[in-house]
Design a protein around this ligand. Structure first.
Ligand code: PRX
Length: 651
C-alpha cells in the first residue's frame, strides 16, 4: 500500500529541440552515470571550477547527520563572484537593476568590485570581522547584493531578512543570530507605496541588544529618510561610510566549512530555523547548478524574479549567476505595477534570455490573460524555469506557450532552503520533460522515494529523501544542532543517514518525480513556507484568543491559503471587526505573507481524546470536502457545527 495516493495522470512529453541540444552547456547524457559511479569525484571536479587559495585534502567526510566537504580547502566567495572575472569581464554587466518606479542602474564587474571592496572596508571600520553576524533588511536594490558579497569578503556571516517581514520577525531573527550590525533602507516600494523599512528596523532594534550600528541605504538619493528618525552615532548612512572607504580590501581566506550565511525558514514549531550554509560546498552547488540547469552562456541575461530575502534570491539572483560571470537582473517591485504586463516589459527592454519564476506568479499571469505578454516582444527568451511549489500541468503549458513561444524548454526545479541548490530538475539539453514533473535528480545527487519503513518505492507515492550528502546541504540549524538532527534525520530511525525533505512525491514508470508538497504542518503560500504553528502562536498572543488552529486550503493563485480556526477567551465576542483585527495582528507580527484568508470563530476545536487538534478534519472543512474518519474525535458534534458555519461564512 502506498503512503500517498497518486491522482494525476499527465501524458504530454517535450523533447529538447535539436538546436537547443546542440548548443547546450550539458549535452552528454552519460554525465548521470559517471556522477553516480563516483559522486565525490563528480563534485570535486565541479569544485575545481571555482578559484581556491589552497586545495582541499579530502573531498568529503560524513558522520551522519554531519557532513564536511572539501576539507582543508580555502577560498573566498567574493573573489569567486567578482575578482576572478575582472581579467576577462571587467566591463560586462554584472547587475542589471530596475526599481519599481522605473529607475535603472547597471553595475559592471569592475564597478561591482569597487562597491564590494568599499562596503567590505566600511563594515570593517564599523567593527565587523570574521564570524560576526550582519543582518540585511533591504528592498531588492543592488546594495543588497553588494552587502552580501562584502560580508563574504571579510568572513562575516549574513542573515538576510525579507523586507516584507514585520519588525517582530526581524527582531527575532537578529536576536537568534546575535547580529552586530543591521543594513537596512530608508524605504522600499511596493505597488507604488513606500514601505517604511527604517521605521520597522527601529522598532525591531529597540529590542536587540547585540546591534551596534545600523547602516541605512537611501533608496532615492536626495530625499531624506521618509519620516524615520536617525539615531547617531548608532545609525550611519550607507553613502557616507562608502564615501570614505577604500576600494581595496584584502579578502579573508575562508575555510570551505566556515559559515557563509544563515537564512531563516519556517518549521513545524513556533520558532523559525536558522538554516546554516557554509562556504565551499554551497558555492560549488550553486555555481554548478546555475550553469547546467539554466544553460548559461556568455551573452545571457538571467532573470530570477525572487527577492534576496529567500534562498532562491541567494542562490540564483546573487551567488550562482555571479560565480559564473553572468549578467543577473534584479527587479524591485510587483509584477502588476503599474500594469499587469510589467514582467514582460522588463523582459523585452532588458533583453532577458533566461527567466526563472514561481508557479504562483505564473498562475496569476494566466488569470490576467494572454493579452499582457502578447503586447511584448519576448523572442529573446530561450529558457524558462519554475520553482517554489508544484506547478500544475496547465500552468506549465501556459508558461511554455505564452511566455516561451512554444520554443523555450521549461525547467521545473525542486529544492529547498536546506538543500541550498537545485536538486531535482531537467537538464534542458538532455531531459525529456513532462508538464508538472521536476523529472529526475541532477548528476551527483541521490534522491529516492521511500515508504514509512524506509523501503525504496520505485513506482508510486511516498516520502522524498536524500540518501547521500551533497555539497550545498545545510550543515546545522543555528544554535540548535539537536533540532537539526531531529528535523531532517529522524524520519527513519533505523537509517540516521537519510535526509527527509518533508515533501511527499510520486514516481512514475520512467522514475520521474512528481512533487506533491509538504507532508508536515508547513504550508506553501505563494511559494513561501509558512509554519502553521507560527501563525497559531501569533493568534494566541492576541488578548481575545484562547486557542487557534491554522490549516491550508487550496487557492487558485497562491497554491495554498491560510484558514484559521479560533476560539475566544471567556467574555470576548466574535465580530467582523475582531476578524479583521486578528488578520492585522498576524500581518503586524509576521508579515503580509502570513495573513489568513479565512478566520472562523468556534466554541471548540475538533480534538482527539488525547487532546490533539485534528487538522485533517479542519482541512476537510476548509476545502468543503466530506469529512474523513471522525471516529477518534472526542466530541463529533464540534465538527458538524464548524462545517455548517464555514459554509455560511462570507469571507
Ligand atoms: O515543498 C517544496 C516546495 O518548496 C519547499 C521548499 O521551500 P523553501 O525552502 O522556501 O525553498 C523554496 C525555493 C527553493 C519544498 O520542500 N518546492 C520547491 N520547489 C518545488 C517545490 N514543490 C514542487 N515543485 C518544485 N519545483
Amino acid at each position: 500500500m502506498n503512503d500517498i495516493d497518486v491522482l494525476l495522470d499527465e501524458r504530454r512529453r517535450f523533447r529538447p529541440a535539436d538546436d537547443f541540444r546542440q548548443h547546450a552547456v550539458v549535452r552528454d547524457p552519460s554525465v548521470y552515470e559517471r556522477a553516480a559511479a563516483d559522486p565525490e569525484a563528480y563534485w570535486a571536479a565541479r569544485a575545481r571550477e571555482l578559484d581556491w587559495f589552497t586545495p582541499w585534502n579530502r573531498v568529503m567526510e560524513w558522520t551522519p547527520p554531519h557532513v564536511k566537504w572539501f576539507l582543508g580547502g580555502t577560498l573566498n566567495v567574493s573573489v569567486n563572484c567578482v575578482d576572478r572575472h575582472l581579467a576577462t569581464r571587467r566591463d560586462k554587466t554584472a547587475i542589471l537593476w530596475e526599481g519599481e518606479p522605473g529607475d535603472r542602474r547597471t553595475l559592471t564587474y569592475g564597478e561591482l568590485s569597487h562597491e564590494v571592496n568599499r562596503c567590505a572596508n566600511a563594515l570593517r571600520t564599523l567593527g565587523v570581522g570574521r564570524g560576526d553576524r550582519v543582518a540585511i533588511y533591504l528592498p531588492l536594490v543592488p546594495e543588497a547584493a553588494i552587502a552580501m558579497l562584502a560580508c563574504t569578503r571579510i568572513g562575516a556571516i549574513h542573515s538576510v531578512v525579507f523586507g516584507g517581514f514585520s519588525p517582530d520577525s526581524l527582531r527575532d531573527r537578529i536576536n537568534d543570530a546575535g547580529a552586530k550590525l543591521l543594513i537596512t533602507g530608508d524605504i522600499g516600494y511596493r505597488r507604488g507605496n513606500p514601505v517604511p523599512l527604517k521605521r520597522n528596523a527601529d522598532t525591531a532594534v529597540a529590542a536587540c541588544l547585540s546591534i551596534e550600528h545600523v547602516v541605512v541605504v537611501q533608496r532615492t538619493p536626495g530625499t531624506p529618510a521618509a519620516g524615520a528618525a536617525f539615531h547617531a552615532p548608532r545609525d550611519v548612512w550607507w553613502h557616507d561610510v562608502m564615501r570614505h572607504a577604500s576600494p581595496d580590501c584584502v579578502p579573508e581566506r575562508m575555510d570551505a566549512e566556515d559559515v557563509l550565511y544563515i537564512l531563516y525558514t519556517s518549521g513545524t514549531t513556533g520558532r523559525p530555523k536558522g538554516i546554516v550554509h557554509t562556504t565551499g560546498g554551497y558555492l560549488t552547488g550553486v555555481a554548478a547548478t546555475t550553469k547546467d540547469v539554466f544553460d548559461l552562456h556568455e551573452d545571457d541575461v538571467f532573470w530570477c524574479t525572487a527577492d534576496v530575502g529567500w534562498v532562491t534570491g541567494h542562490s540564483y539572483v546573487v551567488y550562482g549567476p555571479l560565480a559564473n560571470g553572468a549578467t543577473t537582473m534584479l527587479y524591485e517591485g510587483a509584477p502588476d505595477w503599474p500594469d499587469k504586463d510589467r514582467f514582460w516589459a522588463l523582459c523585452e527592454s532588458h533583453r532577458v534570455t533566461v527567466l526563472y519564476t514561481a508557479p504562483t506568479a505564473i498562475r496569476a499571469f494566466m488569470k490576467w490573460g494572454d493579452a499582457y505578454p502578447a503586447r511584448h516582444d519576448l523572442s529573446r527568451l530561450r529558457l524558462l524555469g519554475s520553482v517554489g511549489e508544484p506547478i500544475n500541468p496547465e500552468a506549465w503549458i501556459w508558461y511554455r506557450r505564452h511566455i516561451g513561444g512554444d520554443r523555450c524548454p521549461v525547467v521545473d526545479t525542486w529544492w529547498q532552503t536546506e538543500t541550498g541548490a537545485i536538486v531535482i530538475s531537467p537538464l534542458p539539453g538532455i531531459t525529456e520533460t513532462k508538464p508538472g514533473s521536476a523529472t529526475v535528480a541532477l548528476p551527483g545527487y541521490s534522491a529516492e522515494l521511500l515508504d514509512r519503513g524506509g523501503k525504496v518505492i520505485p513506482v508510486g507515492g511516498g516520502f522524498l529523501a536524500m540518501t547521500r550528502p551533497w555539497p550545498s546541504m545545510l550543515r546545522t540549524i543555528w544554535g540548535d544542532d539537536a533540532r537539526y538532527a531531529e528535523t531532517y534525520f529522524s524520519k527513519w530511525p533505523q537509517r540516521p543517514d537519510l535526509y527527509f525533505a518533508g515533501d511527499g512525491a510520486k514516481r512514475d514508470e520512467d522514475a520521474y518525480f512528481w512533487i506533491l508538497g509538504r507532508v508536515d504542518d508547513v504550508l506553501n503560500v505563494a511559494g513561501h513556507r509558512i509554519g502553521t504553528m507560527e501563525v497559531e502562536s501569533v493568534l494566541v498572543s492576541h488578548p481575545a484568543v484562547a486557542e487557534a488552529a491554522v490549516v491550508g486550503r487550496q487557492h487558485d493563485i497562491k497554491g495554498q491559503a491560510l484558514a484559521a480556526f479560533v476560539t475566544l477567551r471567556a467574555g470576548r465576542q466574535s465580530s467582523n471587526e475582531l476578524r479583521d483585527e486578528l488578520r492585522r495582528h498576524v500581518v503586524d507580527k509576521i508579515g503580509a505573507i502570513a495573513r489568513p484568508d479565512d478566520v472562523l470563530f468556534t466554541a471548540d476545536l475538533p480534538k482527539t481524546r488525547s487532546g490533539k487538534i485534528m487538522r485533517r478534519l479542519l482541512r476537510d472543512i476548509a476545502e468543503g470536502r466530506a469529512l474523513g474518519d471522525t471516529t477518534t474525535l472526542a466530541d463529533p458534534a464540534v465538527v458538524a457545527g464548524l462545517k455548517e458555519q464555514y459554509e455560511s461564512m462570507e469571507s
